[in-house]
Design a protein around this ligand. Structure first.
Ligand code: THU
Length: 132
């Protein structure tokens, strides 16, 4: 999978921001990604009166990936309501790492980066296997 239509992913992510539930921060986020089989998955943030329970847009996106057939993510981006690229928060980088195809690309505020660049030396499933 080499051809990544970043503009198409951005359009999906922008549309996702319009579905966000953000009564507390008023900061809609939309995320979109391409899966290994060519599927596009997406998510928006869903806040909660228990602020810490808030679901980032990436949570919805990973749920969409798994629910719609699984696979791995090959390209990802997330945007604010103005369609500007934002960085996935630290927790969501960890979340994405688990479902990333090797070398997954992210469009970031400093250009296209790999998942390993935005989450170096990540802790992951292999670390758990090592002590079994
Ligand atoms: N947010 C996301 O959805 N993804 C991120 O990676 C960063 C933050 C949301 C959570 C909250 O609803 C709002 O942005 C403000 O933090």
């Amino acid at each position: 999978m080499t051809d990544i239509d970043w503009d198409a992913l951005r359009r999906v992510a922008i549309e996702a921001t319009t579905r966000a539930y953000v009564p507390y921060s008023h900061y809609p986020v939309g995320a979109a990604a391409l899966a290994t089989d060519g599927r596009v998955v997406a998510g928006c943030n869903v806040e909660n009166a228990g602020y810490g329970v808030t679901l980032c847009a990436e949570c919805g996106l990973v749920s969409d990936l798994v629910y719609s057939g699984g696979g791995q993510l090959v390209a990802f981006l997330c945007v604010n309501k103005d369609g500007e690229t934002i960085m996935p928060c630290g927790r969501c980088r960890q979340l994405l790492f688990e479902h990333a195809a090797p070398g997954m690309l992210l469009e970031t505020v400093s250009g296209v980066r790999t998942i390993d660049e935005v989450l170096p030396d990540a802790f992951g499933p292999r670390d758990l296997e090592q002590v079994r």
